[in-house]
Write a protein that binds this ligand. Sequence first.
Ligand SMILES: [Zn+2]
Length: 284
Amino acid sequence: MYTVQRVVDAMNVIYPPESAEAWDRVGLSVGVPTESVRRVLFAVDPCAATVQEAITTGADMLITHHPLLLRGTSSVAATTGKGCWMTEAIRHHLAIFSAHTNADVAASTRALAEPLGVNLERPLEAETGIGGVGTLVEPMSLRNFAHAVERVIPRVPAGILVAGDPDARIERVAICSGAGQSLLDAANAAGADVYLTADLRHHPATDHLWNGGCALVCATHFATEWPLLGYMQAALAEKLPELETEVSTIVTDAWGLALRGGDVEPERTWRAPAPASNTEHRPD
Ligand SMILES: [Zn+2]
């Protein structure tokens, strides 16, 4: 049987906290270092659903990618949503630990690049080591690349958005799991044919495309970061082989339903639907 501290020490060797960005808050956020850990659950987000899953499946520790308390907090009273499940975690002796930007540097990009067949050459952002740029072992069309991404990341309601000519040849790939909007220019500067990331907003994405930028594959935040969890699990299991480990498959994106056009090609002009006949729904 291991202790919380033993798991923390192992995680800190795998993902050194010194390599986290200055604004980040990684490490142990809930838990008693001397308490026992037999079972660990991995999840992208610490939230009510994953804490509940950890408690009901008998986990002693929840290891997440996102930190529990990133910004200033003045109360964890059970009068708030977060306070409620933090209280539950403490009551059930569930420790909570996170490896965030320190894990991004070591493994997040690799967790997407390796199954996609991208040979990584260097980080997308040199100073932080975040993201990556590399070359596809087998070049393919943008459409096929998007389908390859679909097979590598979890299937989520919000799906995957693709910008650019679907038949364009993709060889050089830039990757940043999670919110990678700030690295659009870096993807272009790296000579990427496509940039795979999440959370792109309208204006940065359209400005990028209209300035001749590379194609974009925009998945959800959860979906692009989830593959990291399997890498975390394998690395920790190697260090602490008697630990029982499990990766949560609960989708923690905010979006639960997408009404979409499917494979319909975008039209140059949007046609407003014909107004409904006002004789059929006349108010009483
Ligand atoms: Zn993230």
